[in-house]
Design a protein around this ligand. Sequence first.
Ligand code: TYM
Length: 346
Amino acid sequence: MTEFQPRVFSGVQPTGNLHLGNYLGAIVNFVALQQSHDCIYCVVDMHAITVWQDPKELSRQIREVTAAFVAAGIDPVKHIVFNQSQVSAHAELAWIFNCVARIGWMNRMTQFKDKAGKDKENASLGLLAYPSLMAADILAYKATHVPVGEDQKQHLELTRDIAQKFNNDYAESIAEHGFGDAFFPLTEPLITGPATRIMSLRDGTKKMSKSDPSDYSRINLTDDAEAIATKIRKAKTDADALPGETDGLKGRPEADNLVGIYAALSGLSKQDVLNQFGGQQFSAFKPALADLAVEKLGPIGAEMRRLMADPGHIDQILANGALRADAIARPILDGVKDVVGFIRRK
Ligand code: TYM
């Protein structure tokens, strides 16, 4: 079996406000993985334009996600932070994957169905091909581990399907070119912790999302202490006290969500949180949660604002990251081209 060097890759779209779901479901894990792995974190601006983005706003959001990465504790010197469109290997490999993946696979993606809505014919072609670009993001670096929230699971399964089909379709050429029995690794999703799916504060059955029209549905990383406290105070709950055991959260999506948020913010398990708050009313739990959220998120928001005041510095981080990302992706893409039978300029 071909051995692959462990490498972490993940991406975040620069669309709308980064929120607590992005932070707890993904970014916290990005930060932790820096201790054990070489990590590449990408601001996926090419994915963003699969739905319309105002150009000025897009540039601002690319910088804002970069600022969030750094403010949350990602080290852009030891690891790599860059925006996707600066490394052309993503687009080039995505095209090859468009020819490996099947239209039927793309049509089955729940995110495509949700985003395209009823008028599928009018969705951009890019929105349909979105998961193929995502597979290219990951596999351009032969990344072995991808930390994401629960909502990206299906896309990562598709990434494995694409890698597998490429490895099978080109098996002979892969071996002939000295790449052993597999060119691409079958990437492992890392969907871990008590907050893999943070729900809306207004409706515990809906995912917390950048695109929800109600700002009260989410806590943004840039919210100030007052906004955080207000949103948690107004969060939907039921009338019962918190249970003593996690089993008691079943069928209570709002309670489950708030306990999960507390657990993730404090680094405890949900059971630990219930050991502390079981039997108490939301009127007691919500202020404690608000204090904790302000304590954890306040400094990140403040650091983001500080970084955003110097866009030149952020652009430098991205340019430097892009150069280093390109140096990894380029030889991998050259290998892909050789395997496929393209003739390269040497
Ligand atoms: P995006 O930008 O929608 O979200 C970024 C990360 O945040 C996670 N997330 C959540 N986690 C928990 N609860 C929530 N409510 C919640 N909302 C979002 C997402 O799972 C994600 O990890 N397609 C990706 C971006 C992408 C990517 C990649 C990811 C492009 N290429 C390659 C990994 C590898 C997306 O739209 O994420």
